[in-house]
Ligand binder design. Structure first.
Ligand SMILES: [Fe+2]
Ligand SMILES: [Fe+2]
Length: 169
């Protein structure tokens, strides 16, 4: 049975690798279509990842974690920063200066966020959520990922951290 924390860590690693591929494409002087072809699936994966965490991971952390409210508030506002940068990139031509700035903003926000998630939210979750639940959430994550592949059917909107916490506490 897949453990949700393993799946999330794997996806974090995928983000690091895809951004590294973008670096290679940039260094090779890749054109608009190549950059767009790499960025669009990555942006969709970032959106789907954040949505899946908000659907499956953070609600359980809020129920069980020791410092969950603070961790969740940080995470939702980081997810909002990532979503905002992705939305900015979508308004620009791939490869242009403003597009790169938006893509790098998404990357920076995501890097800082993954580090914080791995350093704070995950240890709290591992300590307080049992293995059976982790496996059930892992199954649910895989179903969610299939259902929303390519960010299909997701509301790509900003989420108010306080409202979210109230709703899931
Ligand atoms: Fe996250
Ligand atoms: Fe994450």
């Amino acid at each position: 049975m897949p453990d949700i924390t393993d799946i999330v860590l794997d996806e974090h690693e995928t983000f690091r690798r895809r951004f590294a591929e973008l670096d290679d494409k940039r260094a090779a002087g890749a054109g608009r279509a190549v950059l767009e072809g790499l960025w669009r699936p990555l942006a969709n994966l970032l959106e789907r990842h954040a949505a899946a965490e908000e659907e499956l991971f953070y609600p359980r952390l809020l129920q069980k974690g020791a410092n969950a409210e603070e961790e969740t508030e940080d995470a939702i506002s980081d997810h909002n920063d990532i979503r905002a940068a992705i939305a900015r990139a979508a308004d620009e031509v791939a490869g242009g200066e403003k597009w790169w700035r938006a893509v790098l903003d998404a990357r920076n926000a995501n890097s800082d966020h993954m580090a914080e998630e791995e350093r704070e939210a995950f240890p709290d979750f591992r300590e307080h959520v049992d293995m059976k639940t982790r496996a059930e959430l892992g199954e649910a994550w895989l179903r969610y990922a299939e259902e929303h592949a390519g960010a299909r059917g997701l509301e790509l909107e900003q989420e108010d951290p306080e409202e979210y916490i109230e709703e899931h506490s």
